[in-house]
Design a protein around this ligand. Structure first.
Ligand SMILES: [Zn+2]
Length: 156
């Protein structure tokens, strides 16, 4: 029998990262299950919005005071969805102090110049790196890593 059920998950209002628990699960049929779990794992709920650990800091003088990082320009999300479309692979986003990082650990085909040219029309100054994993099984693949400076310039 096939049945349909509504599931609920938690997405970061700033970077759109989806909360995933230690079992690799992102949704639950209980509306508040994932929210509760996320908040036990350093996510924050502020005025009905949710923020992952990468998207806020704490006030130096008041540990309880949460400071949400500045909004990310929408052209970044356009860039990210185009990366996924052009490669046919989901790229996970992470951040360090200076860069947004889009990463696909199982890249079987490098991006060619025409695709890169399309991406550079949205955000010109990203870097692309391919790394051979230490161990791999089956068909050879690489890690595909795209770094975008946090103060990126955008064409649109
Ligand atoms: Zn986030």
């Amino acid at each position: 029998m096939i049945y349909e059920e509504i599931m609920y998950g938690v997405k970061c209002d700033r970077c759109h990262e989806i909360y995933e628990n230690s079992d690799g699960c992102t949704v639950s049929s209980d509306k508040y299950d994932m929210e509760e779990e996320a908040c036990e794992n350093d996510w924050q709920e502020i005025d009905g919005r949710h923020y992952c650990p990468d998207c806020y800091t704490r006030d130096e003088n008041d540990e309880d005071k949460i400071i949400v990082k500045p909004l990310i320009h929408y052209s970044f999300f356009k860039f990210q969805s185009l990366v996924n479309q052009l490669t046919g692979c989901h790229h996970r986003m992470s951040q360090d102090d200076t860069h947004f990082i889009l990463r696909n650990n199982y890249c079987y085909k490098r991006m060619d110049n025409p695709r890169l040219a399309i991406l550079r029309e949205i955000i010109p100054d990203f870097t692309l790196e391919y790394k051979v994993p230490e161990k791999q099984s089956g068909k050879p693949y690489e890690h595909e890593i795209i770094r975008i400076p946090k103060d990126f310039k955008h064409a649109i």
